[in-house]
Design a protein around this ligand. Structure first.
Ligand code: SDX
Length: 429
């Protein structure tokens, strides 16, 4: 039996043998790249639910088993034993660093923690109440205009330099989005602090006071960054890859990813969850919202629930839920809101509608509770997601640039418009 499938066009009797490719894990894929040439047909898959866009060795998800691996390492082990900057190294290089490699990598990130002084003027172009994701995407695209020394995307050294610049600078940009909205002076990075503490320093320090965040808070934020770092070919990563396939500037590709993540169906869900829990306000109001989520005529969806791939508990949600539980006392977490979230989860997971559709809490359902406890404003939650995901985006960008099958992404369509017709002058219409 050959590793192929035969597709027969019953309209013409013509058929094609399509190779079946098998990876390390997960569903094999049918290579349909010759389908149009041989049978004159396209495939149609709205939302790309069963379409593999690329080969990748970075992250593996098993949606049925709730498994998430980064370069083969289970997210549970990385969450317990690793750090965000170590995971960044792993995503970029494919292997965990030794102590020297880690020290060099963290040094390089610190050397790229500043942004050009003129870039700081960009923030003033935004109203004080502009959504920080709007600011972050615009400013990040603008970074492309400051770096002309490592722009050869075919040069591996330039690619690695760009990756370190993206990961090194994004905390600076994220913190400035918050400082601009708060009317606070911008804070330069303090490279005597490690990556996560430097970010919190740029976010919350006062020029007139010493800043010492709690180790518990720093570990909680590092954990959230680990859990949000990469996630296979999600919408924003696919956007970054599509922009990269056109050989666009990598900072512009990341900016495109930021814009996509902003959507509340994607990274914007963490902000929407807190807004939803705030609106629910009391456990006795939960049934009303569950009913709305089930009502086909109501656009309301249970934010933080459901996932295209996970048809089981999102392993990240389980880790965050436990972290919220563990940190409840130490971090003054919003216990009433946590109780509403837990009750909402319990009711939903026992409701036929959610069971039948395999709708479980996802990474966004609990993350906002920790961000809240860190005094991060709700509208900044997706900025936090984007900051962490920048490592995954740029790792996937690097992988695409090295892909021997690299070519511009250009999907086709099923045309359902008007037949060909002639133009009519306006006086004759
Ligand atoms: C992220 O892809 C990734 O990996 C993303 C992410 C990452 O790390 O990059 O994991 C991060 O984006 C997590 C998802 C955050 N979004 C939300 O929490 C928003 C709420 N969730 C939904 O919008 C939805 O579940 C999606 C967008 C996440 C998934 O949408 P799908 O896969 O297109 O699912 P679907 O719309 O086909 O839903 C199937 C059924 C439908 O009902 P029927 O038409 O079959 O009757 O489930 C229903 C949907 O109406 N449904 C929900 C629901 N999610 C799906 N009903 C109520 N509430 C929900 N949250």
């Amino acid at each position: 039996m050959s590793d192929s499938v035969t597709i027969i066009d019953n309209r013409t009797g013509k058929q094609i043998e399509c190779p079946v490719l098998t990876g390390k894990y997960g569903a094999p894929v049918i290579d349909t790249s010759r389908l149009y040439k041989e049978l004159g047909v396209f495939t149609l898959d709205p939302g790309f639910g069963t379409t593999a866009s690329c080969k990748s060795a970075i992250t593996y998800l098993d949606g049925d088993e709730g498994i998430l691996l980064h370069r083969g390492y289970p997210i549970e082990q990385l969450a317990e034993k690793s750090t965000y900057t170590e995971l960044c190294y792993l995503l970029l290089n494919g292997e965990l660093p030794d102590q020297n490699q880690m020290a060099d990598f963290e040094h390089d990130l610190k050397m790229h923690s500043m942004t050009h002084e003129h870039l700081s003027r960009f923030y003033n172009g935004y109203r004080y109440d502009a959504h920080p994701m709007s600011i972050m995407s615009g400013v990040f695209a603008a970074i492309a205009s400051y770096y002309h020394d490592a722009t050869d995307i075919r040069n591996p050294e330039h690619r690695l330099m760009t990756a370190k610049r993206v990961i090194g600078k994004i905390p600076n940009v994220a913190a400035k989005c918050y400082r601009h909205a708060s009317g606070l002076p911008f804070v330069y990075p303090d490279n005597s602090r490690d990556y996560v503490e430097n970010f919190m320093y740029m976010m919350f320090s006062w020029p007139s006071e010493e800043y010492k965040p709690s180790p518990v808070a720093l570990r909680a934020l590092d954990l959230l960054f680990i859990l949000h770092a990469d996630h296979e070919q999600n919408a924003s990563t696919s956007t970054v890859r599509l922009a990269a396939s056109a050989e666009a500037n990598p900072f512009a590709c990341v900016a495109a990813g930021i814009c996509t993540l902003w959507g509340k169906a994607h990274g914007g869900a963490n902000e929407a969850v807190i807004n939803m829990l705030t609106e629910i306000e009391r456990p006795e109001n939960i049934p009303k919202y569950i009913a709305r989520a089930k009502d086909k005529d109501d656009p309301f969806r249970l934010m933080g629930f459901g996932h295209r791939v996970y048809k089981n508990y999102d392993p990240r949600a389980r880790i965050i839920q436990q972290a919220v539980y563990d940190l409840m006392d130490e971090m003054n977490l919003n216990q009433p809101m946590f109780e509403i979230a837990m009750e909402l989860e319990k009711i939903a997971l026992n409701d036929e509608y959610f069971i039948e559709r395999k709708l479980y809490p996802n990474v966004d359902f609990y993350s906002g509770l920790i961000y809240q406890a860190l005094r991060i404003p709700t509208e900044m939650f997706t900025v936090m997601f984007a900051m962490a995901r920048s490592a995954g985006w740029i790792a996937q960008w690097m992988e695409l640039m090295e892909d021997p099958d690299f070519r511009i992404g250009r999907p086709r369509q099923l045309y359902t418009g008007q037949e060909k017709r002639d133009y009519v002058q306006i006086k004759d219409r």
